[in-house]
Design a protein around this ligand. Structure first.
Ligand SMILES: Cc1cc2nc3c(=O)[nH]c(=O)nc-3n(C[C@H](O)[C@H](O)[C@H](O)COP(=O)(O)OP(=O)(O)OC[C@H]3O[C@@H](n4cnc5c(N)ncnc54)[C@H](O)[C@@H]3O)c2cc1C
Length: 382
């Protein structure tokens, strides 16, 4: 067992940190206010390999490990959780689904464009009436000759408006239950596909989220992604990876909030001394530092096992559950340590506090993670 990062991983962390601090840091609040990133963000991310972290070199990817991917997401989230969320959805949902289950032809057609940062990737599972119970979706895809016709609407889709390529999950056999669901690749601009309402969010505001509507949207039969009827099962496998990304995002956000709180505690004076001198503040800092370390280790362990080819359903959910709840506490304590200054936009605390709440909700709520973990415990006898 070796807990030390390799020299390459130290370099990767420094490189992404420098990029995040210089290219993203100065714009964080402006992008949050504007509810969008600048147009040159995606090409810049791609130039650093961040638009295709884990994908094979033959498709232009950086071919890094899942642990390396966690380091990248962590360092982006430390500076801007909204950028990290978009990068995680692009890599860990849309591109990962195509990479894991696409045909060679589909990978050749879509991965290079996604990896080069020509388009943002989107991934549509959730619907207004089917969130945690995603298999209860109503969007349908019906085979008609050489095409599939998709009808329905997806809700809360990251890059629903700006995405160029979207993986959509739809019911193809109403009688098939979980095995009656399939996935499709749909390109932006396909007739019958349109973006609905842009969500006006509490946090992660720079990351685009919207409804996506399918009204007799016809796609060629070749756009079926993976086997017919396997879409939901494949989705759960994609989420096993995606949740490690959200755990890493949580670790990075918590680290950013903790560092801001630590710096402020050393600088802010009350009762004639820095507030860091008070035990009440020290305990908050110590508890957060401890939780962040534990969250990081759970996250890297899940990623490491994934790199070994193991199925990580339980480990991914454990990491996501613990890390996201640790991040919520870190962001809350960050505001508390800042006092009134934590409540205004001149300091980073309030943004971490707004952004963090998504992490116990997206890619499965904390309640659903507990349900997944408990199911594994009960069925695996561990
Ligand atoms: C900013 C943002 C980005 C997102 N991006 C995407 C995306 O790119 N693609 C995508 O497909 N989706 C995306 N989502 C959707 C997200 O995954 C869902 O919001 C999430 O899965 C929860 O679904 P829901 O909102 O319908 O809540 P619900 O499922 O309605 O849950 C409401 C509450 O009930 C609880 N609950 C539900 N079922 C149970 C149960 N069995 N036991 C105990 N408690 C339960 C939940 O934990 C929660 O507390 C995004 C959401 C947001 C906010």
């Amino acid at each position: 067992m070796d807990f030390r990062p390799s020299e390459e991983q130290d370099l990767l962390r420094r490189t992404v940190r420098e990029f995040a601090e210089s290219e993203i840091g100065p714009h964080v609040m402006a992008w949050d206010e504007a509810q969008k990133f600048s147009d040159d963000l995606l090409p810049k991310l791609a130039a650093l390999g961040l638009a295709g972290v884990q994908f094979p070199e033959e498709y232009g990817g950086a071919a890094l490990s899942a642990v390396d991917y966690c380091i990248c997401i962590e360092e982006l989230a430390r500076v801007c959780p909204a950028v990290a969320l978009s990068v995680a959805a692009h890599n860990g949902l849309c591109s990962a689904h195509i990479s894991m289950f696409g045909s060679t032809q589909q990978k050749k057609q879509y991965l290079p464009r996604l990896v080069r940062g020509e388009v943002w990737g989107a991934w549509g599972l959730t619907e207004a009436g089917a969130g945690s119970d995603a298999a209860g979706m109503r969007t349908t895809a019906v085979r008609q000759g050489d095409c599939w016709t998709i009808n329905g609407a997806k809700t809360f889709i990251t890059h629903g408006r700006i995405g160029g390529v979207m993986v959509v999950i739809a019911v193809t056999d109403r009688t098939g239950g979980h095995r009656g669901i399939s996935a499709f690749i749909v390109e932006h601009g396909t007739p019958g596909m349109s973006a609905g309402k842009k969500e006006n969010k509490l946090g992660m505001r720079a990351s685009d989220t919207s409804e996506v509507i399918f009204d007799n949207c016809r796609v060629p039969a070749g756009q079926l992604l993976g086997e017919e009827g396997q879409g939901f099962i494949n989705t759960l496998q994609v989420l096993d990876g995606g949740r490690i990304g959200i755990a890493a995002l949580s670790v990075g956000l918590a680290q950013g909030a903790y560092e801001a709180a630590l710096a402020y505690a050393k600088e802010r004076r009350q009762f004639g001394q820095p507030i860091a001198g008070f035990q009440a503040i020290q305990w908050k800092l110590a508890d957060n530092a401890t939780r962040i370390e534990a969250a990081r280790l759970l996250t890297y362990r899940a990623a490491y096992l994934r790199d070994q080819g193991a199925r990580t359903t339980r480990e991914s959910s454990t990491a996501k559950l613990f890390a996201s709840e640790a991040a919520v506490k870190a962001a809350d304590d960050c505001v508390q340590i800042h006092g009134g200054y934590g409540f205004v936009k001149d300091y980073p605390a309030e943004k971490y506090f707004r952004d963090v709440k998504l992490l116990t909700i997206g890619e499965g709520t904390s309640e659903i993670q507990r349900l997944v973990i408990a199911r594994q415990l009960l069925t695996q006898n561990q």
